[in-house]
Design a protein around this ligand. Structure first.
Ligand code: SF4
Length: 429
């Protein structure tokens, strides 16, 4: 979501004359868009600002802005601790960024802007064309969360659930298509909780599918509780919705899910899995796991392993629990570090096995790849399979933005390697 937000911030500050630069030394405004999900996010921000100060130590200082969820969580504390920062601006306030920069230039006094103005933000952004022209681009449709999982900062940093108006999203998707975008990933902290009047995520997918230039549609991140039947059913209807479902489960134990306040059970998860596999057996799953959540015992951990081996997730994120200040889980007693690490290693080994088995099963097969860009190192091309797996292959510039057939010749855990298959060499059934 920060990638989408950063692009929209660039679209906004263009209006007051700022342009992107890849040379930090020539910047007269430096903006750091931050994420609070990962461990030690706050310290990383101070470290980065220290690095910027070093770059400018014998030059005129740029305006330094910290945006995003760390800014939201830390706000005035940040301005007090690091005087090099001039403006902090939360993720729901960045539509005000031009005014804040101008105010700062006039008065030279520090600015803390961390209100939740989500509706006004999207009203404002809607008037500024999205300039993203990457073959695969993000489109935010929903923000915030009302679920309050005990470990998560999102409800505090992004605010309550908000869904953008349906027509606004379709218009933005059309603009992206005309910019050259061929794959759209619909974004939201709870993307499948999207609801605007009677429109749901399934309606959005089917409407975007009508845009001829768009070849592929994805969405992330979803919550098991919001995997409604209408959404499951479109996997049997849609021609452009990709068959990879990223559905965070966090733990395989109902006891731990309850401790986390996840509001779903493992049975719910299995029901979704079974329904989707019945609709399309080729659908694969990826997920997120928090290992060694306070209260997780050996049996709970084994339940997570069992789930992983049943679903055979093809690509997942797994981390040891680390507390986020201000959340309900922040004061809980941590599991011993050695045990946590052992559990993570076991889990990751299983997850990696499933990932590599999936890649191995594709060796010598012909797969469909959306060509995204040319690699820097060896003049090969980069794209992704329907399941998001990166592919490096020989192709030509005219293939950019097209879905082409690639024969897989090699693989490793994360990547497939191959050759474009010319149409003339494809056998016709
Ligand atoms: S549903 Fe997702 S975004 Fe919301 S609190 Fe839970 S983990 Fe955070």
């Amino acid at each position: 979501m920060n990638e989408y937000d950063t692009n929209r911030i660039f679209d906004t500050v263009k209006e007051i004359g700022f342009n992107k630069t890849s040379n930090i030394e020539e910047a007269n405004c430096y903006l750091l868009n931050t994420c609070h999900i990962r461990d030690k996010a706050k310290e990383k921000v101070y470290h980065e600002i220290g690095r910027v100060r070093e770059v400018f130590k014998s030059k005129k200082k740029p305006i330094v802005i910290v945006a995003g969820c760390v800014a939201q969580a830390e706000n005035d504390q940040m301005l007090k601790r690091e005087p090099y920062i001039d403006i902090v601006i939360g993720p729901q306030s960045y539509h005000k960024i031009n005014k804040k920069i101008e105010d700062f230039l006039k008065k030279q006094s520090k600015i803390d802007e961390t209100e939740f103005d989500t509706i006004l933000k999207f009203d404002y952004l809607n008037k500024i064309e999205n300039s993203s022209n990457k073959i695969s681009s993000f489109l935010t449709i929903q923000e915030g969360c009302d679920k309050f999982c005990n470990f998560c900062v999102v409800p505090y940093t992004r605010g309550p659930e908000y869904s953008r108006p349906f027509n606004e999203i379709i218009e933005e998707a059309k603009i992206l298509a005309s910019n050259g975008v061929r794959e759209i990933t619909l974004l939201g902290q709870n993307v499948n909780a999207y609801k605007n009047n009677n429109y749901k995520l399934s309606n959005l997918i089917l409407e975007i599918e009508k845009i001829p230039e768009i070849e592929r549609i994805r969405y992330t991140t979803s919550h098991p509780r919001d995997m409604t039947d209408d959404l499951l059913e479109i996997y049997g209807v849609s021609k452009k919705l990709m068959p990879l479902v990223h559905l965070p489960v966090q733990s395989g134990s109902d006891k731990v899910l309850k401790l986390m306040n996840r509001k779903h059970t493992i049975k719910d998860y299995h029901v979704i899995y079974d329904k989707l596999k019945e609709i399309n057996p080729l659908i694969q799953f990826s997920s997120d796991f928090i290992i060694a959540y306070p209260g997780e015992d050996e049996d709970d951990f084994k339940e997570t392993l069992k789930l992983i081996n049943k679903i055979k997730f093809i690509n997942s994120f797994s981390f040891i629990f680390s507390p986020r200040p201000g959340t309900a889980a922040s004061e809980l007693k941590l599991i011993e570090k050695k045990i946590s690490l052992q559990r993570l290693q076991i889990i990751q080994k299983e997850l990696f096995n499933h990932q590599i088995n999936m890649n191995k099963s594709l060796e010598n097969k012909i797969i469909e790849v959306l060509v995204e860009n040319k690699t820097k190192k060896n003049s090969k091309y980069f794209g992704r399979t329907e399941y998001m797996t990166p592919v490096i292959f020989n192709a030509s510039h005219k293939d950019m933005g097209k879905v082409i057939k690639v024969k897989v010749t090699n693989y490793n855990q994360n990547t497939l390697f191959g050759e474009k298959v010319e149409k003339s060499k494809l056998r016709v059934a």
